[in-house]
Design a protein around this ligand. Structure first.
Ligand code: GLY
Length: 410
C-alpha cells in the first residue's frame, strides 16, 4: 500500500516539477541563471521532503510534524525538523522569495504549505528565535499577499517574544538551556529577531516593541563587542542586577575567538537596526563590524570564512558558507546607507562573495537533496552539521541574490 502511495506521490511531484517551469499567467520567467538554478534545487527539495514524509513510519513526534528541511545528516539523508526548531521558517522564506521574484503561483502555494503549520509558534514563549521563524514566513507572506490572518499571527508572535525581555538588563533572553552555566544568556544571533519587533511597532502603532528592540540593540552594542570590533557569542547577565556575569562562546572555537556566523549576525543585525531607526550609532556599529570582517587576516581569498576566524588549524578547517551568505546579503543592504567610497568597497566585496558562492559552493544540479549550497558549519564544537548544506545559508543566499539584482539595476 505504502509503495502505491509513494508511486502516486512521485507522479504528482513529477507533474508539479514540470508544471512549475510553465509559468503561471501573470508571472515572469526568471532569467537570472542563479535564480533558475535555485528554483530547480528548491523544487527538488520539495520532492525530497515528500519522499521522506511518505516513506518514514513515524515522522511525527508529540504532535509537531517534522516537515521543515534543515540540513543533511552524516549519511547524506535529509534532516527534517518540527516547527519549534529555530530553522523551521527558512525554507518557506526561500519559497516566498521565489514567489516575490517570479509571481508564480506554484511558489506561493508551496510557501503557504510550509508557512501555515508554523502558526503554533506564535505562543511559544520558550524561544527567542521568533523573528527567524515568523518574519521569514508569515512576514514575507503578509508583505506579498496582504493576508490579515498572517498579520494577526505576527502581532501575537511579537507579544510573545517580548515576554522574554528583562528591563533591568535591557535585553531579551536568548536561551533557556544550560541553566547551570548561564543565568540570563544573550547571544549575538538575537539581534536578528528584533526585526519582528520593529515591524510590530509600525503595524500596531505601539512603541513598546520599538523601545525594547532599540534597548536590546544598545545593550548588546555595549557588552558584546571587543575593542577590535569582533563580538562574543554569549553574554550572561545577572537577572536581578543587570550586571554582566561572563562572556562565553557556545558554537565558536573559544570564548575569546571570533565565531564567523556570529560576526555575520552582528553585521546583518546592526544594518537592519539602522534601517529601522536611522540612528547613526547603529550605522557606525555596522560599519565597524564590516571593517572587522573584511580586514580579517584569516579570511580566505574567496571571502568564504572558516567556521571561526580563530580556528586553530586554519587553513585546514571547514568553511561556513552560511556566514558568507548572511554577510553578503548584509553588505548589499549596508551599501545603501553609506558614503560613496564605502559603498564601492562593500559592493565589490559582496559581489565577489556572491560570485564565489555561486561558482564554488553551489550544489551540483540535482545533488544535496535540493539544497542550493553546500559547505556550511552549524556547530563544530558539538560535532554537528559540519561541511554540509544548511537551509539558512540558502535563505540568505537567495536574499543576497535578490538584493544584488536590485543593486545592479540602480
Ligand atoms: N542562531 C543559531 C546559529 O546561528 O547557529
Amino acid at each position: 500500500m505504502k509503495r502505491m502511495i509513494n508511486i502516486a506521490l512521485l507522479s504528482v511531484s513529477v507533474l508539479l516539477f514540470t508544471a512549475c517551469f510553465q509559468t503561471t499567467p501573470g508571472s515572469k520567467k526568471p532569467d537570472d541563471p542563479n535564480l533558475v538554478r535555485a528554483g530547480e534545487q528548491l523544487n527538488l527539495l520539495i520532492q525530497s521532503i515528500d519522499n521522506k514524509l511518505n516513506t518514514e513510519d513515524e515522522p511525527e513526534k508529540g504532535g509537531d510534524l517534522s516537515m521543515f528541511p534543515r540540513s543533511l545528516n552524516m549519511g547524506g539523508q535529509l534532516k527534517l525538523v518540527p516547527s519549534k526548531d529555530w530553522c523551521s521558517g527558512f525554507f518557506a522564506g526561500c519559497l516566498w522569495e521565489m514567489y516575490g521574484s517570479t509571481g508564480d503561483k506554484h511558489w506561493r502555494e508551496s510557501a503557504i504549505r510550509f508557512t501555515e503549520p508554523l502558526e503554533d509558534q506564535k505562543l511559544n514563549g520558550k524561544t527567542h528565535d521568533m523573528g527567524f521563524k515568523m518574519m521569514n514566513t508569515f512576514g514575507k507572506g503578509y508583505e506579498l499577499t496582504g493576508d490579515k490572518n498572517y498579520r494577526d499571527i505576527l502581532v501575537q508572535s511579537a507579544k510573545t517574544l517580548i515576554t522574554r525581555y528583562n528591563e533591568k538588563i535591557g535585553c531579551i533572553r536568548s536561551w533557556d538551556h544550560n541553566q547551570d552555566k548561564w543565568q540570563f544568556p544573550v547571544i549575538i544571533d538575537n539581534m536578528m529577531n528584533l526585526e519582528l519587533l520593529f515591524w510590530a511597532s509600525k503595524e500596531t502603532g505601539d512603541s513598546v516593541y520599538y523601545n525594547i528592540a532599540v534597548t536590546h540593540a544598545l545593550t548588546t552594542m555595549k557588552n558584546h563587542f571587543r575593542s577590535d570590533n569582533s563580538c562574543y557569542h554569549v553574554v550572561d547577565y545577572d537577572a536581578a542586577t543587570g550586571a554582566v556575569v561572563k562572556k562565553n562562546t557556545h558554537q565558536g572555537f573559544s570564548d575569546e575567538s571570533a565565531w564567523s556566523r556570529g560576526q555575520a549576525w552582528a553585521l546583518y543585525g546592526y544594518t537592519m537596526v539602522y534601517r529601522e531607526t536611522k540612528n547613526p550609532v547603529f550605522l557606525t556599529q555596522a560599519e565597524k563590524v564590516a571593517q572587522y570582517i573584511l580586514a580579517q587576516p584569516n579570511m580566505p581569498v574567496d571571502l568564504v570564512p572558516y567556521w571561526d576566524f580563530d580556528a586553530p588549524e586554519i587553513p585546514n578547517e571547514p568553511r561556513d558558507v552560511s556566514a558568507a551568505a548572511i554577510a553578503t546579503s548584509a553588505l548589499y543592504e549596508l551599501s545603501l546607507f553609506v558614503s560613496d567610497s564605502l559603498r564601492t568597497g562593500y559592493l565589490k566585496a559582496a559581489d565577489q562573495m556572491f560570485k564565489n558562492l555561486s561558482t564554488s559552493y553551489l550544489s551540483a544540479p540535482g545533488a544535496n537533496n535540493g539544497f542550493i549550497l553546500g559547505h556550511s558549519t552549524g556547530s563544530k564544537p558539538h560535532n554537528s552539521e559540519i561541511d554540509v548544506p544548511i537551509i539558512y545559508a540558502d535563505y540568505y543566499y537567495l536574499e543576497a541574490l535578490l538584493r544584488k539584482m536590485k543593486s545592479d539595476r540602480m
